[in-house]
Design a protein around this ligand. Structure first.
Ligand SMILES: [Zn+2]
Length: 376
């Protein structure tokens, strides 16, 4: 039983969260999960061509955990993205959304496999990064990998940073609606969520100078009356686990995208001091491009040291590094100013009652009255 299970005062059930990855019920009538559908696309707004519908959709209350599973087979591993495509139709005729880059999908799949093997191998049952006290898996500095190979590839300079969010390794997770309805198992214990599979795609969130990709876990409720599925990063799960653990999930997610808390803090600070959404978006984009350019320079410097081998034919010619936004290369992305503006609006609306309360509690040091006798 994972540590801390007794915090709930419940018996987790030996088979619940310790079930093998990929014990697989599937969606009713063969339909794919709604959360999985949602996961197969990313928010792609970069320019100013977004309409209000886009923003409303992005900032609506996330309901990706409201799925119901049925019976039948379902693949335990992430499904392949559409062959040869980085986009899928969405939102009506002619509307296209970006999906995961193929190289990133391969990297993600390899990382899931690596985590699975680590959890199986380690005595703790946790991945190496957890045993090392980290949620983050940082890519190695390119020079270490480059020193082990003669032929350089831009890909070793473009490896993503992952945040591994597997809260079931710390605590058994009670099913939120079953807990609300006071449902219990046959033995009287609380209904706990079980492992379902890896999400089909990682969740991309934007940080100050790069993007971070969250690797989560999909759970399902085995109770016949419920059968819901959840992503480990969904609000329902973050609310269901102890806040001491949930506090380590330092990301603010919207429907398909998200920002790190660091970036949100910077956004709030800039907006409160007069910097608007447009210069803010431009500033973040500049930070991201700066990092890309530093990596590009590192690549070119290393290529230069191998240039004589390439000209004599010992090595093949090196591939161009590609552009910042090249979806098959660096795949740079920064949300648009509309996104940042809508994010801040949503943040203020969420905290409006607290702001009103604070305003109401301020002392009336200065009162003024105008000729209409209204008190300001
Ligand atoms: Zn349930």
């Amino acid at each position: 039983m994972p540590d801390g299970a007794s915090e709930y005062g419940m018996d987790c059930g030996a088979t619940d969260l310790l079930a093998e990855h990929g014990a697989q019920p599937s969606t009713k009538n063969g339909n794919r999960d709604r959360d999985a559908d949602h996961c197969e696309e990313w928010y792609d707004g970069e320019g100013e061509g977004e309409d209000n519908e886009d923003m409303e959709e992005e900032f609506r209350e996330a309901d990706d955990e409201e799925d119901v599973i049925g019976s039948g087979p379902q693949p335990s591993e992430p499904a392949s993205p559409a062959a040869g495509a980085n986009t899928v139709p969405h939102g009506g005729p002619g509307k296209v959304r970006s999906t995961i880059a193929k190289w990133l999908y391969t990297d993600y799949k390899d990382m899931c496999e690596r985590l699975k093997n680590e959890m199986r191998r380690n005595i703790s049952g946790k991945p190496n990064c957890y045993d090392g006290g980290q949620f983050i898996i940082n890519p190695p500095a390119p020079i270490f990998e480059a020193s082990r190979r003669y032929q350089l590839s831009p890909q070793i300079f473009q490896r993503p940073r992952y945040f591994v969010w597997l809260p079931h390794l710390f605590h058994c997770i009670p099913c939120p609606p079953c807990k609300l309805a006071s449902r219990t198992r046959k033995d009287g214990g609380a209904v706990m969520l079980c492992l379902l599979s890896w999400p089909r795609m990682p969740r991309r969130v934007t940080d100050i100078e790069a993007n971070i990709f969250i690797i989560g876990q999909r759970y399902y409720c085995g109770d016949e009356r419920c059968r819901r599925t959840y992503q480990s990063w969904s609000k329902a799960i973050l609310d269901a686990i102890p806040q001491s653990l949930a506090a380590h999930f330092t990301y603010s997610l919207t429907f398909r995208s998200g920002l790190t808390d660091r970036l949100v803090a910077l956004l709030r600070s800039c907006f409160q001091r007069g910097m608007g959404p447009s210069p803010f978006a431009e500033m973040i984009r500049t930070f991201h491009i700066r990092r890309y350019e530093l990596l590009h320079i590192q690549y070119l410097e290393m290529v230069k040291t191998r240039a004589q081998f390439a000209t004599t034919g010992i090595l093949a010619l090196h591939r161009p590094f590609g552009t910042w936004a090249d979806v098959d290369g660096y795949a740079g992305f920064v949300p648009s100013q509309s996104y940042f503006r809508a994010f801040y609006d949503a943040l203020i609306e969420k905290h409006a009652p607290e702001i009103d309360q604070h305003m109401a509690m301020l002392p009336a040091d200065i009162l003024s009255i105008d000729h209409s006798f209204k008190v300001d």
